[in-house]
Design a protein around this ligand. Structure first.
Ligand SMILES: Nc1ncnc2c1ncn2[C@@H]1O[C@H](COP(=O)(O)OP(=O)(O)OP(=O)(O)O)[C@@H](O)[C@H]1O
Ligand SMILES: [Mg+2]
Length: 252
């Protein structure tokens, strides 16, 4: 039996006449950290959005945990083919995303942001327990719990974005450029945290990054996306040694 938690099969996404994804195939096994690297505009964010139903597919399918979750937009004829499609339903099935630009609520406190990540839960004791767990993992957030999220540093905001995504206890966590705009020392900290989440919380992670070296060094497998096409797929340790990857993405 296949151990895949997520499969993208021939996924196409268009914005008007522009095809941003041109038939993408991705397989992620449970427990893996998988990264997707690619230049600006390659279609990385579009790919993550297509998984959580934020961008409809024009062709292809997305399978999560053996179930088809393909979102094809407003076409009612396609409805019978999908198990669920709205983003909050997908989240409640076990996928969560920390979006590009972090997506935190700046006018809310750290604590309120974490509570928002648990919007689908009704059990207050469970919400409290999960918040405590996040404070254990991200101690800085505990210290800052009453502070407005907008006043946090960039690195702290990224921690909050990841912690909030974990509030729904996802099986699959999607991270869109968690290192963007951060200082090297903070980036190292963020990547260590991502490894820790994978190891200790047993969460499968799909990581989109432009910081290819870091992403490949903490992941099991990597994909390279170029203008809507996957052009390379291999064990991350092989991609780190691949001359094409070295020249184009590692600056070597
Ligand atoms: N809402 C939209 N409407 C029209 N075109 C879009 C939209 N979103 C993205 N695109 C286009 O689709 C392509 C892929 O964009 P996407 O944001 O997925 O790239 P990316 O790899 O995440 O880039 P970056 O590294 O800069 O975040 C780009 O050419 C972009 O201009
Ligand atoms: Mg992007």
């Amino acid at each position: 039996m296949s151990n895949a938690i997520l499969e993208l099969k021939n996924v196409h996404v268009s914005y008007g006449n522009i095809e941003a994804l041109k038939g993408v195939n991705v397989t992620i096994n449970a427990g893996q950290v998988v990264c997707l690297i690619g230049a600006n505009g390659a279609g990385k964010s579009t790919l993550l959005k297509s998984i959580v139903g934020l961008e409809p597919l024009t062709k292809g399918e997305v399978i999560f945990n053996g179930e088809r979750i393909t979102y094809t937009g407003g076409d009612s004829s396609a409805k019978k083919d999908r198990v669920f499609h709205s983003t909050d339903k997908i989240i409640s099935r076990g996928i969560s995303m920390a979006p590009e630009g972090r997506g935190i609520f700046p006018e809310m406190t750290v604590l309120e942001n974490l509570e928002m990540g648990a919007f689908m839960l009704k059990d207050n004791a469970l919400i409290k327990k999960r918040i405590e767990e996040k404070y254990e993992m991200f101690e800085i957030l505990k210290d800052r719990r009453k502070q407005l999220a907008g006043s946090l540093s960039g690195g702290e905001q990224q921690m909050l974005s990841i912690a909030r995504a974990l509030m729904s206890a996802p099986r699959l966590l999607l991270l869109d450029e968690p290192a963007l705009g951060l200082a090297p020392i903070i980036i190292q900290n963020i990547f260590q945290t991502i490894s820790k989440i994978s190891r200790e919380d047993k969460v499968t992670i799909f990581l989109v990054e432009q910081n290819a070296k870091m992403a490949l060094s903490i992941s099991d497998k990597g994909y390279v996306l170029e203008t809507g096409n996957i052009v390379l797929e291999d064990a991350s340790k092989n991609l780190l040694e691949n001359p094409k990857v070295k020249a184009a993405y590692l600056g070597e």
